[in-house]
Ligand binder design. Structure first.
Ligand SMILES: Nc1nc(=O)c2c([nH]1)NC[C@@H]1CN(c3ccc(C(=O)N[C@@H](CCC(=O)O)C(=O)O)cc3)CN21
Ligand SMILES: CC(C)C(=O)C(=O)O
Ligand SMILES: [Mg+2]
Length: 289
């Protein structure tokens, strides 16, 4: 018997709901806009290489960020500040090539866009031409409106990033929640300014949940939270944090969905034992004369 549910009532066969639907062959900024209007929340992850990008694309994660957090999580720097455009572009190229469905966003490194809209445009064009990403992200609120306008008018979709912006940790006085108390007005003004300048979405990092919820209600573009509570349109995590492959203590906003450190540690030890004992390689791994 065909009970003929309407599409809206039909249960999604995909984990993650409609935003992971494989009938969407390429995620575009208009899909994110539609999902906000329909109330479908979505998940974003960072990716820095082929392996992670392929898996997350296959899982239907609709947006992949080649974060400047590669500075810590690929290049082992203590902060985001040292990573360069020349270092990030090859990683972004690998992710863009490995993610046919996801919208791939390149994160503009510290010093590569702040000086002027022209500098921002030149850097963004490198990410689109040399890496093949579909959008860029840059940190900053109202003060970055000229950069966001320039890029948007020049054909580059921009994801903004407000609240705690790691590239400004020295100016902000460390890793701290932003937008508490009187600073809430500034955060709201930044959110409206980046939307007005043309950003297609905005990351909010370490912002009190009620403020992030208010921003999400006031803006027409999707908000993406990291340490910003459940009231955002989307969430983002650094993939090594989410999967248990990071070094040191994870921030409070992280949920660990896997223990890859444990899995890989066990596998590496077993491999070493097999080689030491002569169990590997066996006949099926070897070639006859
Ligand atoms: N692995 C990793 N995960 C991230 O989320 C991340 C990076 N790297 N690198 C770039 C930035 C830096 N970010 C971070 C890193 C650490 C904290 C942190 O330690 N937070 C503490 C203190 C918060 C407070 O003092 O209020 C926490 O417990 O959340 C926060 C954001 C977010 N980004
Ligand atoms: C944490 C996200 C938002 C980021 O900017 C990064 O990974 O660089
Ligand atoms: Mg970043």
């Amino acid at each position: 018997m065909n009970t003929a549910l309407t599409p809206a009532e039909e249960p999604s066969p995909y984990g993650g709901g409609p935003t992971t639907d494989p009938s969407v062959k390429k995620v575009r900024t208009h899909h994110l806009q539609k999902w906000k209007a329909e109330g479908h929340r979505w998940a974003m992850l960072t990716a820095y290489d082929q392996g992670a990008a392929s898996v997350f694309d296959e899982a239907g994660i609709p947006v992949l960020l080649v974060g400047d957090s590669a500075s810590n999580n690929v290049f082992a720097n203590p902060t985001s500040l040292p990573v360069t455009v020349d270092e990030l572009i090859p990683l972004a190229r690998a992710v863009a090539r490995s993610a046919p469905r996801a919208l791939v966003v390149g994160d503009l490194p510290f010093g590569s866009f702040q000086r002027s809209p022209e500098q921002a445009y030149d850097t963004a064009v490198r990410f689109l031409k040399e890496a093949g990403v579909q959008a860029v992200k840059l940190e900053g609120g109202a003060e970055m409106a000229p950069q966001i306008s320039k890029l948007t008018e020049g054909g580059v979709p921009v994801m903004a990033h407000i609240g705690f912006t790691p590239q400004s940790e020295h100016a902000l006085g460390g890793y701290r929640v932003q937008g508490r108390g009187e600073a809430a007005e500034r955060l709201l003004a930044d959110a409206h300014a980046v939307q007005e300048a043309g950003a297609f979405s905005v990351v909010m990092e370490m912002v009190p949940a009620p403020i992030a919820q208010q921003v999400t209600a006031e803006l027409t573009i999707p908000t993406i939270g990291i340490g910003a509570g459940a009231g955002c349109d989307a969430q983002v995590l650094v993939w090594q944090d989410a999967m248990g492959l990071n070094t040191g203590r994870a921030p409070r906003f992280v949920k660990k969905y896997a223990d890859l450190h444990g899995v890989m540690l066990e596998a590496a030890r077993e491999y070493a034992d097999d080689v030491a004992s002569g169990t590997f390689p066996a006949a099926e791994h070897s070639f006859d004369s």
